[in-house]
Design a protein around this ligand. Structure first.
Ligand code: 4AD
Ligand code: MG
Length: 463
């Protein structure tokens, strides 16, 4: 006895003659002269199960009147080999119950809707074929993440969501406070008196679990986090969300090269996992969203990524003969047009850019011997740009203190982070994969709002 009758398990493991009950939502229905049909969908697969309704069904007239697109149906019947092309089975109904009828203004009708429109009905879009596929792949991808790290012996750690430290030092944090905005307690110098606040200090939503991850890496060697992160970046792009999920492995006794090796092995694993588990959904994306997606994903699994130093990347950009809108100069950050040129035209595959200038990266990155660059790596992929940011961490206390001073950060705020360098500190490294960026890459979806169930972006937090 199967635990559940989902359309997926029925189509994969059913046998002609099986008596069964299915529950789901009507994707389309058709009334014919002699028989009627319902295409039933239940979220388990991109495929639908066709329910055949014969007029001898007790409540036939009632069912065909109410089994409209969007209504919920419970159907019991016999599975038979389907004479129709493109499907193995159909269900000849013995009983059909309309479990939830649908009002006539149901917005999802048979036609194709734009992703922009579907964002306005975030409560209904999971029932569409595209979003069904997106969220099934999202599920598979997060299983892949856990399976990979578990099989590699990593310990998962839940780092805090509310924090007192700004990991990226970019000042893009959402404040967490219970102070009355109409009546903020002030110090004598007019600054906010956070000692009256809930945590008796300033607190915010985390931008990254890395710093706490380092604590655990220096006890468990190999750890990872996978949690929500928050950035108050006012970036109105298709790749930035204010709330997104990040996977951050951290490894002790590890340098930048080993960090990149792990990142490459990890990306290949999760892509292969999705290809294996979500084959029908990937075919759907290949046909409807990004032509050639399957080939692209297969080549990720089968070929190695490229590595380029930041300095070589800048030289290549300067010699490209391209007319970029943003300047290319050693010391400036790479803009998305530059990243796109590198991955889409120059290298044409995932590329690690390493050894960035110290001043455009975070304080915790390890200074290289040239004293101008840090042991950083970003993984860029075609069409999405940066999906991973990582580095070897500065494990030398004097160098770390230099960095804190260089970035005008207060040493005392980082007391425990500094302690880790004094008490059995070792070279260690890690990286962060933006989960939604990875999902965009494996599905071909072009807007981050369309790969997260409920997007939070500048100016928008609906549902
Ligand atoms: O490059 P980032 O800022 O690196 C860190 O946060 C490090 N603490 C990671 C580490 O070394 N443990 O962010 C990592 C990744 C980016 O490469 C990108 O994929 C994603 O997080 N990301 C975002 N995704 C969606 N919306 C945003 N606003 C994002 N900002 C970063
Ligand atoms: Mg980054």
């Amino acid at each position: 006895m199967r635990f559940m009758n989902t359309i997926k398990t029925i189509l994969e493991n059913g046998n002609s003659g099986d008596n069964l009950t299915v529950k789901g939502w009507v994707q389309t229905s058709r009334t014919g002269k002699s028989v009627s049909f319902i295409e039933l969908s239940d979220g388990s697969t991109i495929k639908t199960l066709q329910i055949v309704l014969n007029p001898d069904l007790e409540n036939y007239d009632d069912v065909i009147r109410h089994a409209l697109t969007g209504s919920a149906v419970i159907a019991t019947g016999v599975l038979i080999d389907s004479p129709a092309a493109g499907q193995q089975f159909e269900l000849t109904a013995k009983s059909v119950v309309i479990a939830g009828s649908v009002d006539p203004d149901y917005p999802l009708q048979k036609k194709r809707h734009s992703f922009e429109f579907l964002r306005t009905i975030g409560h209904l879009r999971p029932r569409t074929r595209t979003f069904g596929a997106v969220f099934r792949v999202r599920h598979a991808l997060q299983m892949a993440v856990h399976n990979f790290f578990d099989s590699e012996g990593f310990i998962m750690v839940h780092t805090p969501i509310i924090t007192g430290s700004d990991c990226e030092g970019a000042g893009q944090m959402f404040r967490v406070s219970t102070l009355d905005p109409a009546n903020i307690p002030l110090n004598a110098d007019k600054s906010v008196d956070y000692s009256k606040d809930f945590f008796e200090k300033e607190a915010a939503l985390t931008v990254s679990g890395q710093l706490e991850g380092e604590i655990f890496a220096l006890a468990f060697k190999n750890i990872y986090t996978f949690g929500p992160t928050f950035r108050a970046e006012n970036s109105h792009t298709a790749r930035h969300a204010a709330e997104f999920w990040m996977i951050e492995p951290e490894m002790a006794f590890c340098d930048l090269q080993k960090d990149m090796n792990t990142a490459q092995k990890f990306i290949k694993y999760i892509v292969k996992y999705v290809l294996d588990r979500c084959s029908d959904d990937i075919d759907f994306f290949d046909q409807r969203v990004e032509k050639g997606l399957r080939n692209k994903l297969e080549s990720i699994v089968n070929s190695d990524f490229e590595t380029l130093t930041y300095t070589d990347a800048v030289n290549a950009l300067q010699n490209s003969g391209k007319n970029f809108s943003y300047p290319v100069k050693w010391g400036l950050d790479l803009q998305s047009e530059h990243e796109r040129y590198i991955t889409e035209e120059l290298v044409k595959k995932p590329t690690f850019i390493i050894d960035y200038p110290r001043d455009i990266k975070a304080f915790y990155m390890r200074l290289n011997s040239d004293e101008k660059t840090v042991a950083a790596m970003d993984l860029l992929v075609p069409f999405v740009g940066e999906i991973i940011g990582g580095s070897q961490r500065e494990e030398r206390i004097e160098m770390l203190d230099n960095q804190l001073a260089h970035f005008s950060l207060n040493k005392d705020d980082y007391w425990w982070y500094r302690d880790l360098r004094r008490f059995g500190g070792v070279p260690h490294a890690g990286f962060g994969l933006g989960f939604e960026r990875a999902l965009m890459y494996v599905t071909g979806m072009q807007n981050i709002r369309d790969v997260i169930p409920f997007a939070r972006t500048a100016g928008s937090a609906d549902f």
